[in-house]
Design a protein around this ligand. Structure first.
Ligand code: PBG
Ligand code: ZN
Length: 321
């Protein structure tokens, strides 16, 4: 019996590049941006080298880079000055995120703007929903998520992405958007979002750490793969246009399984902790950042991601050349 000679198709760069099954493209990426209230602010996030909080008047610098890179879009996270138990600034007409959306739509109409829909950056207790005692309420939270979605769609957002993990929020938001005349605004649901230590640096960046307890009563147990598929199925049923798995690298099995099972566009969120680990190892000279990042992002796409939300987006585009 003759052996198989796989190496014939690996002999040199020309044939290797012809044989490549997965190729990254700038349009695969969505770049997260943190927008903070105030003026003249560009604060470095210490656990995320290269990532900053920008006040609206300082957004130009980063938006110029986004425009130049011609990536798929941006995802906005607002950091309000005032927080209260109901997260009022999340759906205030002149809230920080609403103002950021309007600024981008006025000055960068070509940039596709996704907004994260969640209350944790806006609530005084730092939870993603309404709180009673130490309970995080589900159904009582839904109207607030709807108000936030409608308010940001009215400000000009192109897509809403609920990340709160309350049950039934996709159906509620879809109905609310439709009723307000935004039936053309898609929903990208954070469907399989795990309670993860990988969100640590984000909570510094977005000032959104819970004031008590943790998020395990609403985000998923990282031990559960079947439940993740049920969450995804439910969000599809409720009307999600795109479903997401988050974080990325430790959950590529879930992503792959979803890709095989559902004929739906899939997104993956390459989260803050994943980014921080790469940056820390790079700073120590232990890894080659460029090669590690390209390997990670390619793996996400190979596993089935149509959209990759990543803090590496602008670097990756530069490396793609
Ligand atoms: C808000 C939200 C979080 C992230 C995205 N949206 C944090 C959390 O759930 O605590 C995490 C993103 C990241 O770590 O980069 N609910
Ligand atoms: Zn939240």
């Amino acid at each position: 019996m003759s052996i198989q000679r796989f190496r014939r198709l690996r002999r040199d760069g020309r044939i290797r590049s012809m044989m490549q099954e997965t190729r990254l493209h700038p349009k695969d990426f969505i770049y997260p941006i943190f927008v903070i209230e105030g003026e003249n602010i560009k604060n470095p996030v210490s656990s995320m080298p290269g990532v900053y909080q920008y006040s609206v008047d300082c957004l130009k610098e980063i938006l110029d880079q986004v425009k130049e890179a011609a990536i798929g879009g941006v995802m906005l996270f607002g950091i309000p000055k005032e927080k209260d138990p109901q997260g009022s600034q999340a759906y205030a007409e002149d809230g920080i995120t609403q103002r950021a959306v309007r600024f981008i739509k006025e000055n960068y109409p070509e940039i596709y703007v996704v907004v994260d829909i969640c209350l944790c950056e806006y609530t005084s207790h730092g939870h993603c929903g309404m709180v009673c005692g130490d309970e995080i309420l589900n159904d009582e939270t839904l109207p607030y998520l709807v108000k936030m979605s409608v308010s940001l769609a009215a400000a000009g957002a192109d897509m809403v992405a609920p990340s709160d993990m309350m049950d039934g929020r996709v159906a509620a938001i879809r109905a609310g958007l439709d009723e307000a005349g935004f039936e053309q605004i898609p929903i990208m649901a954070y469907s399989a979002k795990f309670a993860s230590a990988y969100y640590g640096p984000f909570r510094d960046a977005a000032h959104s750490a819970p004031g008590f307890g943790d998020r395990k009563s609403y985000q998923m147990d990282f031990a559960n793969g079947q439940e993740a598929l049920r969450e995804i199925a439910a969000d599809i049923e409720e009307g999600a246009d795109i479903v997401m798995v988050k974080p990325a690298l430790s959950y590529l099995d879930v992503l792959k399984e979803a890709a095989l099972r559902y004929a739906m566009p899939l997104a993956v969120y390459n989260v803050s902790g994943e980014y921080a680990m790469v940056k820390a190892a790079t700073a120590n000279g232990w890894i080659d950042e460029r090669r590690i990042v390209m390997e990670n992002l390619t793996a996400m796409k190979r596993a089935g991601a149509k959209i990759i939300i990543t803090y590496h987006a602008l670097d990756a585009v530069e490396w793609l050349g």
